[in-house]
Each structure stands twice: as C-alpha cells, then as structure tokens.
Design a protein around this ligand. Structure first.
Ligand SMILES: [Zn+2]
Length: 506
C-alpha cells in the first residue's frame, strides 16, 4: 500500500516555503493569478476575509473622526512632478495611460486611437490628487483638521509578483489628513499607527513591532515614516502597515495653505497612512500550517461548518432538520461585532469534505450523525488543534460556549505567533554572529535562516547599506519601545544608544 501523505499541503513549510504559500492559497480557494500579468483574482473566500478586515478597520477609523471619500483613479502627470522625492520614489512603478479610444487597425486587431494631450498616471498612491482637493477645501484654521480616508485600488507596476504580497494592482485604504500644527499632525500619525497595531494584533492575531523607519526606508517625500513589522514563519519580516508624517512638503507642493488663528498664512501639516490586501498574505504566512490556512475567528469569513452524516434517506431528513435548527441557533449568537457565520456542507464526497474545510482554515468543524442527534450532542474539532482531536459536546453546552471557544482560538493563534517570533529573535553584538545568523545553512533554501536580530546601529546610512549589500538584510524599524542602552554599532563599532530590528523582508 502506498504511504499516505501526512499533510494536506505539499510541499510542507520546511520543504519549500514559497511554494507552500502558493499551495495554501490554492487549497483554501482564496485567489488565483489573472490573465493580466502580476494581477490577482480574489475569490469569495479571500474576499470575505478582506471585507471583514475592511469593516473592522473602517469602524475604528470613523471612531477617531475620519470620514470616507473617493478620488479619481487617474492622476495628471503634472501632479506627480510637484513633489520631487515623491516622483522619484514612484516613477519606475507607474502605469501610464497615453491614449483613449480603440480603432480597427490595419492588421485587423484593435489599436489605441487618439493620444491624450497630457498622459494620465494610474494612481500608485493619491497624495498629489487628494492634495489638490485639500487645497480647495481648506481656507482657514476653522477647516482643520481635515480627516479623510479612501478605500480603493492602486497600481504599482511590479516585475516580480506574488499573490497578496506584491501585485501590480492591489486593494488598500489610504488615509490623508491635514492639520494646523506639526504637533497635531505627528499625534495623528502615531494615533493611526496604534490603531493598526490594535487591528493587526487583536483581529488578525499577528504580533507586531511598532517603530520608526530609517531615512533610507522612508516613504518618498515623508519627514518621518512609522510602521508595524511582523515575523512570518520563514522568519522574514513583513511590513503590515505604515503611517507617515509628511511635514509641510506635500502641502507646499499642492498649495494647501490656510489662514491661521492670528490672521497669518501658513501651509498645513499633513499625514498619510495605509494598509492593504498584503495583510491577507501576512495572515496566511503567520498562521497557516502544513494542512492549510488557519483563520483567526475575529476576521474569519465563517466560524463553524456543520457536516451532516447519514446513510439512509429517512436519516437524511431527520439529520438535516437537526442541523438546520442548530445553524439557526448559532446565527443568533453575536461575535466580534457581527453574528456568527455558519456553513452547512452536505456534499456526498467522503473524507474530502472535512479536509476542504481544514484547508480553508474554518475555526470549528462539527459533525452530526444519527447517534450524536440521539444524544443531543455534536462531534467537534478545532482548527488550532491536530485534525484527529475531536470531542463530543452536548448541544446546549456547545452553543453557550461558542464565543468563548472562538476567543480561545484567537488568543492561542496570537500566543503561538508571539512564541515563534520570540524564539527566532536574538540580541546580537558580534559581527560574526550577525553574519552567521543571516546566512542560510542550506543555500538551496535561503528562506530558512535565523530571524530577527536586535543589534546596535550608529545611525549611519553607510553601515545600513553595507549590511543590505552583503546579506540582503535591512533595518526594519527603530522600535518605539526601544530602551536607551549604550552599545556599539554592529557594523562599524561606533557608539550607539539603542538596538534596532534587522531582518530580511518581503
Ligand atoms: Zn555604524
């Protein structure tokens, strides 16, 4: 007899992490490649996850006074030219529309007809076009602060793409605010960073480090960029969200000026902040295992799947009635700001049925057959436990404990990820140790290396560049919580007063 594959996903994480990632997305039916190179089709199971992320975050934004608006997909090319650093940072990734109208070509196919007088850029981010509106909306200090968010798609022409992590088109939110003082703008920048931390840690169960970017890693045109960084299971870092203090740079470029309280004239202080469908990639790589995805309950598209078991037609009717009643009861239970979502799967496909839901990462699987029904009980399995680990629970107890059980799974996923990060983070003070930490033992599998290094850095961009050149390791952030500590730069040995997070990154 052929040896059964032990895991639902092949290869395993250990065997080939990048391929494992693609296979999990496929097995969970989240998304697929599109006919357009570098773009993705997000399927219902993936999109429902995104919708839950959106609704949680949208609620949090609005609670701080932010309002949603929508701006054009196209940006006049002249707008991007207004902020020099900004245009330099994005120019290489811009998709440009040069024509309108399609005409029948000589060879039979369709060809672009009329050139545009001014080419349009498909937004890679919207600072410039939103800035143009802000310059019209803001006249006096009474118009400030202005707190706007946009849910949209953006395009950044990428050569090497990976679903959810780096795609030419992706979905995101971009917040843009304008303030009367730098203090207020910085306060908002950090407020949104903290909000991202709360969302990513509490809802996605992904532990993050809050920090400030170095000059080299800053958003083009920003005075200061703050970020949250998470560790994936291949020990690489993923930037999960950023919040930028833009000073008066963009206000100057877009002429966002206002009359001050003392009748003077000043440029506004602006911020921008964003998170994207990249969070889904982060969720998969943080929680997935060799059997597929594991959905944190608070953002899971569905929480429970009911799997009726019957042999004869008369059994079917009774079991289905019991299952439908149970589903109705479950749907009435509130959880994480919405009702619990239940799936009923009565497909007659044998063991593949349970495995489909394991691969999709649904938090709870519940089997119900005539015997369970006779005992008024359910046969239950949790996705955070081994798949054979199933328990019989009386129906009433199951219903009353559902929210607590889901919270327990949510917490376990967070704690598991936190332990993983702690186990793969080292305080490193010697250059040799540092190089060894980031050198994979097997050059065939470069993704398996040490993890995060907490090391001293003198603040010199040359030291940062050397490490990047040699090891492809970057300073992910200067942690906000970093304590002052005298040490020596890992690269040059000059004095440093705090440790920073070094890592390979997505
Ligand atoms: Zn140095």
């Amino acid at each position: 007899m052929a040896k059964q594959n032990q895991n639902a996903i092949s290869p395993t994480r250990e065997q080939d992490y990048p391929e494992w990632y693609q296979q999990v997305i496929k097995a969970a039916d989240m998304a697929e490649r599109s006919p357009v190179r570098g773009c993705m089709v997000i399927k219902p199971w993936g999109y429902a996850l995104w919708e839950n992320i959106v609704s949680q975050m949208d609620r949090m934004f609005k609670a701080t006074g932010v309002r949603n608006a929508y701006f054009p997909l196209f940006i006049p090319i002249g707008f991007l030219e207004k902020e020099a650093e900004h245009v330099e940072g994005f120019a290489k990734e811009c998709a440009v529309v040069t024509h309108h109208r399609l005409e029948q070509g000589d060879q039979g196919g369709l060809v672009p007809g009329a050139p545009l007088t001014e080419p349009l850029v498909v937004r890679p981010t919207s600072e410039t076009i939103i800035g143009d509106s802000f310059s019209k909306w803001i006249n006096s200090y009474r118009d400030l602060p202005l707190l706007i968010n946009q849910w949209a798609n953006v395009v950044r022409w990428e050569m090497r793409t990976r679903i959810f992590l780096r795609t030419s088109e992706f979905l995101w939110q971009e917040g843009h605010t304008a303030h009367a003082s730098d203090t207020e703008a910085i306060e908002r920048t950090l407020m949104m960073l903290k909000l991202y931390t709360r969302m990513v840690q509490d809802d996605l169960a992904i532990p993050v480090i809050e920090g400030r970017k170095t000059e080299a890693e800053r958003f083009p045109g920003a005075v200061d960029t703050f970020c949250i960084e998470a560790m994936m299971q291949d020990r690489k870092a993923l930037q999960a969200g950023t919040s930028h203090f833009l000073g008066q740079n963009f206000a100057r470029a877009s002429n966002i000026s206002f009359q001050t309280e003392t009748e003077g004239e000043d440029f506004a202080w602006t911020t921008s902040w964003g998170t994207s469908t990249r969070l889904i990639g982060g969720l998969i790589m943080t929680h997935g295992d060799d059997d597929g995805l594991i959905m944190p309950p608070r953002v899971a598209p569905s929480h429970v799947v009911l799997l009726p078991i019957y042999r004869k037609p008369d059994e079917r009717q009774k079991v289905m009635k019991y299952v439908n009643d149970l589903a109705t009861n479950i749907r009435q239970i509130p959880y994480a700001g919405r009702g619990l979502v239940v799936e009923i799967d009565d497909r007659d496909i044998g063991g593949a049925r349970g495995w489909d839901w394991i691969k999709k990462g649904i938090p709870l699987r519940v089997e119900i057959g005539p015997r369970d029904m006779a005992n008024d009980a359910v046969f239950m399995a949790r996705r955070d436990k081994p798949h054979r680990d199933k328990t019989v629970v009386p129906r009433t107890e199951f219903l009353s404990q559902l929210p607590a059980m889901l919270d327990e799974i949510q917490d376990e996923l967070f704690q598991r990820a936190l332990r993983f990060r702690d186990n793969n983070t080292r305080f490193i003070d010697e250059l040799n140790d540092f190089y060894a930490w980031f050198t994979p033992k097997n050059s065939e599998k470069p993704e398996i290396h040490g993890g995060f290094a907490m090391s001293h850095w003198c603040g010199d961009g040359n030291c940062e560049a050397t490490v990047k050149e040699d090891l492809n390791v970057t300073i992910r952030c200067i942690p906000l919580a970093a304590e002052q500590e005298a040490g020596k730069c890992i690269c040059c040995g000059k004095p440093s007063d705090r440790r920073v997070v070094f890592a390979k990154a997505y």
